[in-house]
Design a protein around this ligand. Structure first.
Ligand code: ZN
Length: 507
């Protein structure tokens, strides 16, 4: 048993190193590489991907896993191992069985179709015409259905796809959470829409990019982002990537006219990075050394971005410095008005620009549509109508055309079905975790007000970060909060916060 485990760890270590190497190559592609290098870079990445797939699905890995007793229903095997070794076997088994169930022909066809779909999606979006993308999307849904069938599922094909991003969670669990959440959020959105809107005119002024960068860096420095174990660079779309135990990098983008977007990207991505940098020493350098699910990952970024970064005490600390850098733009704007402006809520069409209250409604809509497309309950051809009807139901608005409706996200063109729920799950976990944090560090607002975030980061490390993938998300949630995922923490948090900002009755 012991020897099999140590041999499996050797294979896994190589997979880990290849994975981080791939991250270096991709990071370079997104931040430094000249455009002319694109084609060969794609070949390099495909080669690495192929080698990793071969290693993961090799007969030797299969043999070691079965010798360790890992099988369907008992993925952790039957060895009498420490918790992290059991988790290691469980995750190797999960990766191995997912990868070996997918025939190479399906993987290749998916890559081919998403390549075609991307081009047609760009064109369809440019022309605001869904019909130009419809045929490609139909193929992608079909391939995803085939993928789900190969991987296998108990209740719904969606389960097999969701599992890639939010391991062990099922569509019916998501439904159980999203159902009541959607109703409460729609109701809160409508009440806010009916009250006096906050003034954001000063936010729309021009803010020099160099000063945005200076301010952004000082904020993430105070959060605890260690520049000797990471970097901040510019890319077209902000992201975080893990290049190794002591090398987690984030990117951002600045726009003179969108001061908040750059700043909150910095905070958001730092939240992701701090998670990966906080992995415990006992699991560093192996496949458990990363966030356990995209939902939990997103809980870390959104906790820093929204719960901390959009709170009043946070701006009590940072607004004086902000005003010093941007005196002209913030002239005559007090702390209260600034805080209200960074928390403006209004129903809008574009998900990535949505506020903290309406954001999850955009996600719920996509989840419902994905699920219905997979099961065949709605036809791809009727998607624009379905989209607009649900927008009306959930947010009370209807997009003028397909570009600001059904065509806005790149995910489906990229073949990603089952990914969206993780964004909203992140909001829910973030609120639930921060509620538990109180018993560990006392009143969160009081801690933020000191401008020292070490206590908060320490709590996150101790309760969440250090474990990496050791505990599955649902188990981690119970360990940290004493209960299963419960959306009430999020809606209570929103009611309290936005009740005050918008002076809603009953608050
Ligand atoms: Zn994120």
């Amino acid at each position: 048993m012991k020897e099999n485990l140590s041999n499996l760890k050797k294979s896994a270590r190589e997979l880990y190193l290849l994975n981080r190497t791939q991250a270096v190559v991709s990071w370079d592609q997104e931040t430094q590489m000249p455009d002319a290098a694109n084609e060969e870079r794609a070949e390099q990445l495909a080669l690495l991907e192929g080698i990793m797939h071969q290693k993961l699905t090799s007969p030797e890995v299969g043999r070691l896993l079965s010798a360790l007793g890992a099988e369907e229903g008992r993925p952790e095997g039957k060895g009498d191992f420490a918790v992290e070794d059991k988790a290691f076997v469980r995750e190797m088994y999960r990766n191995y069985s997912r990868a070996s169930k997918l025939p190479e022909s399906l993987v290749t066809e998916m890559a081919r179709q998403t390549g075609l779909a991307h081009t047609s999606w760009v064109n369809a979006r440019k022309n605001a015409d869904f019909s130009l993308f419809e045929g490609n999307l139909e193929k992608i849904i079909e391939l995803n259905r085939e993928k789900a069938d190969k991987i296998g599922y108990k209740e719904h094909p969606y389960d097999a796809l969701l599992d890639e991003y939010e391991p062990y969670m099922t569509a019916s669990q998501v439904e159980g959470v999203f159902g009541p959440l959607g109703e409460k959020l729609s109701d809160l959105t409508a009440r806010i829409a009916a009250s006096k809107q906050v003034d954001t005119s000063f936010i729309e002024k021009k803010y020099p990019v160099e000063l945005q960068d200076k301010f952004g860096r000082s904020v993430i420095d105070k959060m605890g982002f260690p520049m000797d174990r990471g970097r901040l660079d510019i890319s077209a779309h902000p992201f975080t990537t893990n290049l190794g135990t002591n090398d987690v990098r984030i990117t951002t983008r600045y726009d003179e006219e969108l001061v908040l977007s750059g700043l909150f990207s910095n905070i958001h991505e730092s939240g992701h990075a701090l998670y990966e940098l906080g992995i415990g020493e006992n699991i560093q350098g192996n496949i458990l050394a990363e966030g356990v699910s995209l939902g939990i990952h997103e809980s870390q970024s959104r906790f820093w971005e929204n719960v901390i970064g959009r709170s009043k005490p946070f701006w009590e600390v940072f607004y004086p410095e902000f005003q010093k850098l941007f005196g002209e733009q913030t002239k005559g704007v007090g702390l209260d008005d600034f805080h209200k402006a960074v928390n403006k809520v209004a129903p809008s069409f574009i998900r990535v620009e949505a506020d903290e209250v309406t954001y999850s409604l955009h996600v719920i809509l996509r989840f419902e549509i994905e699920k219905a497309m997979l099961s065949g309950d709605i036809k791809v051809s009727s998607l624009p109508d379905e989209w607009n009807r649900r927008m009306k139901d959930l947010l009370g608005i209807v997009p003028a055309d397909d570009a600001e409706g059904v065509l806005q996200d790149v995910h489906w063109a990229a073949g990603l079905i089952g990914y969206f729920p993780t964004y909203a799950l992140g909001n829910l976990y973030a609120a639930q975790f921060s509620n538990s944090m109180k018993s560990g560090i006392g009143d969160l607002d009081d801690v933020i007000r000191t401008g020292k975030f070490g206590k908060i980061l320490g709590w996150l490390r101790e309760n969440i970060h250090q474990y990496g993938m050791v505990y599955p998300a649902d188990e981690l949630c119970r360990r940290v909060t004493g209960e299963n995922l419960n959306p009430d923490y999020f809606t209570d948090y929103l009611e309290k916060k936005y009740g005050e900002i918008y002076g809603l009755r009953g608050n």
